[in-house]
Design a protein around this ligand. Structure first.
Ligand code: ACO
Length: 498
């Protein structure tokens, strides 16, 4: 028996009445799941008004403008729910707090991708498939060695995911047919199997690629993923195997420190998904033109790297170092309020209260510091946190700490270099990306290419003017002409020989 609703609830008119004051016409817009279809508004047309330009296309229907996707639902999803006003985050209905306390990263990965907590044999199958796909072809070593010694690990990792796609022609819709994955939605078992194989590969090899990006920077040889370890233990092992200054392993032990491995596992659970964040949206946007999933994940990596998203954990540490000590916090906050500085690790597009992950991370931080020692930056972080939460500027804008405020401190205490922090975000987020990508490929209504609109404010049609006839000042304003740049000595030497 389904749930019984009171008659009044069933009878409610789920629609919106809109009057176009330009024409006096009235429209009834259907409401589904408390949303209205943007495409409906395309049917609302009017004759061009005196202030309309031809490029406004007034006769061709109303457009919906939403710069930065502030209130646009781009997909129907069953994966993750966030209630940003109340600080709630749930994966497939399960509260993040329960998963962080009781689950493990690969179990949560299964949950996110397949929709339910696995039984013992399902989990064992999934785990062995993911770990089996950890090793990478020997050729990939040459790919990593081609980077300069000081290449940023995110440059390497982003490129590496796209490179990985070159190994698997069977996963490339451009080669195999554009319905390679989407036909899984029609019940094609081979397509589903193909899709899941790529998912195992992407999750399995994410740690291997990340560890390679790490070790090349250290001038160390690459490590084949070990057997008999969990996903996060294997990752730590690959990173620090035979390292003389090994923070991660207990002395003379081949297994990573259990407290640190557990801490990383929890951090991975917290970072695994976050519904339509910038990088997941990018993966879906890219995936919507049906490239191979490795290319889509590479695009997600690039999006995550920005300091407004996954690069924020690195930015937080740089900010704390620049503040220097708790006594400098008030001056720093004044500079933030004058918009001269950025308070990284605070604020969120969705959360208008504390990010629920930040409470869990704070606890994990204490457990890690008990092993590694307390980071002196913690005092500055605490002072900054406490002062910002008491300051009306931040309170009135509902700015609270996000997950990145504390995660960087943990990574730093564990001995990771700062530019590796975004990599530690990418590895678990691959799971969220593939969960969303799989869900989109399996959509019963098929995949629609994501092609947004724009409001064109540029010049109207004009005729080409030959160079010799162009006169006067061309354009005034910032960025209206190519910048004048200084050339390096090398360019100068080359020029002088000409
Ligand atoms: N410090 C100071 N002021 C801020 C901050 C901040 N960190 N974040 C937002 N504000 C202010 C804005 O200036 C704006 O003020 P105004 O209304 O007076 O102009 C107001 O708060 C609203 O902020 P928006 O920029 O409109 O918020 P938006 O949703 O576009 O941006 C974002 C969210 C990008 C996360 C922003 O809060 C930010 O830049 N935070 C710092 C970077 C960061 O920590 N990113 C990690 C996000 S979490 C994650 O990806 C895992």
């Amino acid at each position: 028996m389904g749930k019984q609703f009171p008659a009044s609830k069933l009878e409610r008119d789920e629609s919106l009445r809109v009057v176009d004051n330009r024409t006096g016409k009235e429209y009834t817009v259907p409401i589904t799941h408390n949303s209205i279809p943007a495409n409906f508004f395309k049917g609302i047309r009017a004759a061009a008004g005196p202030n309309d330009r031809p490029e406004d296309e007034t006769e061709r229907g109303l457009r919906v403008a939403d710069r930065g996707f502030l209130n646009t639902a781009v997909i129907e999803s069953r994966i993750t729910y966030i209630d940003g006003d109340n600080g709630v985050l749930r994966y497939r209905g399960y509260p993040i707090e329960q998963l962080a306390e009781r689950s493990s990263f690969l179990e949560v990965s299964y949950l996110l991708i397949y929709g339910a907590l696995p039984g013992a044999s399902q989990l064992s199958h999934f785990t062995s498939e993911v770990l089996l796909h950890g090793p990478i072809h020997f050729d990939a070593e040459g790919f990593f060695r081609a980077f300069r010694y000081d290449a940023h690990p995110m440059s390497m990792l982003t490129s590496a995911f796209a490179y990985l796609g070159s190994y698997y022609g069977e996963a490339n819709p451009s080669l195999q047919g554009q319905d390679l994955f989407t036909k899984a939605a029609k019940g094609d078992p081979a397509a589903l199997q193909n899709m899941d194989r790529q998912i195992f590969r992407l999750i399995g090899k994410a740690t291997t690629l990340a560890a390679m990006a790490y070790r090349i920077r250290q001038g160390r040889d690459f490590v084949v993923p070990p057997t008999g370890m969990s996903y996060t233990e294997s990752f730590l092992y690959q990173l620090d195997h035979l390292s003389p200054t090994d923070h991660l392993s207990e002395l003379h032990s081949t297994k990573p420190h259990p407290v640190l491995a557990k801490a990383l596992d929890i951090l991975f659970i917290l970072h695994a998904d976050h519904e339509m964040n910038a990088s997941s949206t990018t993966v879906l946007q890219t995936g919507s033109s049906l490239p191979d999933p490795f290319s889509a994940v590479a695009a997600g990596c690039a999006s995550l790297y920005g300091p407004l998203h996954g690069g924020a954990n690195e930015a937080v540490i740089r900010m704390l170092i620049s503040i220097g000590s708790p006594k400098n916090v008030p001056a720093f906050l004044e500079a933030v309020k004058k918009r001269q500085k950025v308070l990284s690790g605070f604020g969120h597009r969705v959360y208008k209260t504390s990010d629920p992950r930040s409470f869990i991370i704070r606890k994990v931080a204490d457990e890690v510091f008990a092993v590694t020692g307390r980071d002196p930056l913690l005092d500055t972080a605490m002072a900054l946190h406490d002062a910002a939460l008491k300051d009306d500027y931040f309170v009135s804008r509902k700015l609270a700490p996000n997950v990145d405020f504390w995660s960087g401190l943990i990574y730093r205490a564990m001995g990771f270099p700062m530019d590796f922090f975004p990599v530690l975000f990418v590895v678990p987020r691959v799971v969220g990306w593939v969960a969303h990508w799989r869900q989109m490929m399996l959509s019963p209504s098929g995949v629609k290419i994501w092609r947004p609109r724009q409001l064109y404010l540029g010049p109207s049609a004009r005729d080409y003017v030959p160079l010799e006839e162009r006169t006067g000042t061309f354009q005034v304003g910032v960025g209206m002409e190519p910048s004048v740049i200084e050339h390096s000595g090398l360019a100068g030497k080359v020029r002088s020989k000409l």
